[in-house]
Design a protein around this ligand. Structure first.
Ligand code: CDP
Length: 229
């Protein structure tokens, strides 16, 4: 028997938003594992499209080109039991989409209204079919405004920069922390200030600041709330 709060949906929805490097993906993946439900990393979808846009060298500022690309691209997220893999038109791009080049351009691609519409439609279609933990920037107020549980994960810019720097170093990148901090801050600004689906805290979201707690601490907080119903 289900022990979670339910509103309208016949499937469980957990929506998590927050800025870059707040720990959303790690926390969301662990929550999904604990509950045995699907995890959708919507940032990975925008990243995969950005990777393809950079590969195909399309003109990012030409009206319609990104929209056309978004409609023609098949993005697939698959959990093979050893973490999530991201496929773009059948090609595994899990590693490529985390590159600094993609990180620099993704918020430009994600600011395109038509691109967002294509992505949001795909994300809602997935959520209609199954219980899901979904993380991103617009999940609590745009993709799943009726989600039973909404969280906003955040942390100080310095902590987020340190975390992202460590991640990148472990992937073999050389990291200039001052530049990384500047890039994260610019991405946050672009994500917060765009017209459609901006990053924001909704009044019904529980804010969790992960500056002084590790991801497991955040996971425990989220699970405590979800299991309480
Ligand atoms: O992992 P990180 O926190 O760096 O970001 P991400 O979740 O991979 O998202 C990368 C970028 O995609 C964000 O900076 C946004 O520009 C965009 N994004 C978005 O616009 N809407 C979403 N629901 C998810 C990501």
């Amino acid at each position: 028997m289900r022990t979670f709060k339910q509103t309208g949906f016949n499937t469980l929805k957990i929506a998590i938003d927050g800025p870059a490097g707040a720990g959303k993906s790690t926390v969301a993946r662990r929550i999904a594992e604990e509950l045995g439900i699907l995890y959708i990393d919507t940032g990975a979808m925008y990243r995969a499209l950005t990777w393809k846009a950079l590969q195909s060298k399309i003109n990012l500022s030409a009206p319609g080109e990104l929209h056309q690309l978004a409609r023609a691209t098949v993005i697939d997220l698959q959990d093979n039991g050893h973490g999530m893999r991201v496929y773009c038109d059948g090609q595994d791009v899990t590693t490529q989409i985390r590159s600094p080049e993609v990180s620099r351009m993704v918020s430009v691609v994600a600011a395109d209204d038509n691109v967002r519409q294509v992505m949001v439609d795909k994300q809602r279609a997935i959520a209609l079919r199954s219980d899901v933990v979904m993380d991103g920037r617009d999940i609590t107020h745009c993709v799943l405004p009726d989600a039973e549980y909404k969280f906003f994960l955040t942390a100080s810019l310095d902590v987020r920069t340190m975390r992202r720097g460590q991640e990148l170093q472990s992937q073999g990148y050389e990291v200039d922390l001052a530049r990384l901090k500047q890039e994260i801050s610019e991405r946050d600004q672009r994500d917060m200030n765009r017209k459609v689906g901006p990053l924001m805290i909704t009044p019904d979201a529980v804010v969790i600041d992960t500056s002084d707690i590790d991801c497991e601490g955040a996971v425990r907080k989220v699970l405590g709330i979800v299991r309480e119903g």
